[in-house]
Design a protein around this ligand. Structure first.
Ligand code: UD1
Ligand code: UDP
Length: 356
């Protein structure tokens, strides 16, 4: 079986790692395409190095630009790659512009398409990811859902064929790498912080970062918490903080702004955090995997189960709500596995093989 896999953004490298390993271990041929959507060392190559993902067979080097231009450039190049490689499957992950470009390229060429992390919905069409998810799911022949909610979301849109609830390959990755991360990472020493005595924050959703008032509200809440906060800053967010001239809002000494970090350092920071504040999709789940309370800086989430079980609370960007939620968070007693059996990548591989 030959598969063309399309990745391009940070979370996709992490999701692809266990699946690539499962495919390679069964002797399948994977042709790995990196669209070049993320390109800084700390947003891309570091994950290939740490997670031992095979080097991409091709990097399309599209870089950053407006959505249409970026997606269009990927589409042109991906069509050439798929025509040249003639795969049995095109495999895409998540909900980025790289996902949509891979889906469209496969659909236009009538090459079977498989979507990992299918069926997720925020029902918020302001998010570019929501368009990417809906369109990709409606092009896909195999839809690998992490949760029952995702299966039901697809059913409501009339998609029932080719739908499999397989669990979440980000859980596989955590199980695979958390121990090694703990042995190799020196991040707690480097930042001079102690387990459970700091909060971890990340932020990169355009609706939080691209509006000065909203971004200021979140940053002021970070500062007003007066807790040690480690804040690995996404390049989009750093550019906006600089452009709006609002870095002074978090210069009270308690918030440590650092560059994006590798997966091993991130796992160690997540596991040892007292609480996580984030608008990331993947980090909400990783907080749950580690049984660390999460405050999500959004007003909705695709990962409903984390909220229903009490481990995740949605605050949006409201300053007072963020501060009061962090201060009053009651850690639930119950914690059960929600995201599969840790063998999601193997289930994906086996279904791909049986359906080829
Ligand atoms: C993208 C995805 C988002 C995902 C996120 C993961 C889309 C529409 N968005 O958002 O779903 O959650 O990746 O992190 O696909 N930049 C750099 N260096 C890099 C990459 C980006 O400086 O290596 C800067 C550029 O200024 C760029 C900005 O970050 O314009 C945003 O990058 P982009 O890939 O367009 O979107 P993300 O916000 O990263
Ligand atoms: N991540 C990382 N270093 C960072 C920030 C995030 O390794 O500085 C990892 C994180 O552990 C998770 C993934 O990147 O596995 C989430 O990516 P991101 O938040 O960029 O995107 P999203 O999940 O929201 O699409």
């Amino acid at each position: 079986m030959k598969i063309v896999t399309v990745v391009g953004a940070r979370p996709q490298f992490i999701k692809a790692a266990p699946v690539s390993k499962a495919l390679n271990s069964a002797g399948h041929t994977e042709y790995l395409v990196h669209t070049g959507q993320h390109y800084d060392y700390g947003m891309s190559q570091i994950f290939f190095d740490e997670l031992a993902i095979p080097q991409p067979d091709i990097n399309l080097c599209v870089g950053s630009s407006n959505h249409g231009r970026q997606t269009g450039q990927m589409l042109i190049r991906l069509e050439e790659v798929i025509l040249e490689q003639q795969p049995d499957w095109v495999l895409v992950y998540g909900d980025t512009n790289s996902t949509l470009a891979g889906a469209l390229a496969a659909a236009k060429l009538n090459v079977p398409l498989a979507h990992v992390e299918a069926g997720l919905r925020s029902f918020n069409r302001i998010m570019p990811e929501e368009h990417n998810r809906v369109l990709t799911d409606h092009c896909a022949d195999l839809l690998f859902c992490p949760t029952e909610t995702a299966v039901q979301n697809l059913a409501k849109e009339g998609i029932k064929k080719g739908v499999y609830r397989v669990g979440d390959c980000m859980y596989d990755a955590v199980l695979d790498f958390a121990k090694r991360a703990g042995q190799q990472s020196k991040i707690l020493e480097t930042l001079a912080i102690e387990p459970k005595k700091y909060l971890l924050a990340t932020l990169h959703r355009p609706y939080n970062t691209d509006n000065k008032e909203i971004l200021s509200s979140i940053l002021s809440a970070f500062a007003d918490l007066k807790e040690t906060i480690v804040f690995p800053v996404h390049p989009r967010t750093r550019k906006k903080i600089t452009a709006f001239g609002i870095s002074h809002l978090i210069e009270n000494g308690s918030v440590q702004m650092i560059d994006p970090i590798g997966y091993f350092d991130m796992l160690v920071l997540e596991k040892n955090a007292q609480m996580i504040l984030t608008d990331s999709g993947g980090i909400q789940k990783e907080a749950y995997f580690f049984a660390v309370p999460c405050v999500t800086l959004r007003s909705e989430t695709e990962w409903l189960e984390t909220v229903q079980t009490g481990w995740n609370v949605l605050t949006g960007a409201d300053h007072d709500k963020i501060v009061s939620t962090v201060k009053s968070f009651v850690r639930p007693h119950e914690h059960s596995p929600l995201y599969g059996d840790g063998n999601t990548a193997i289930h994906i591989r086996d279904i791909l093989t049986d359906s080829a």
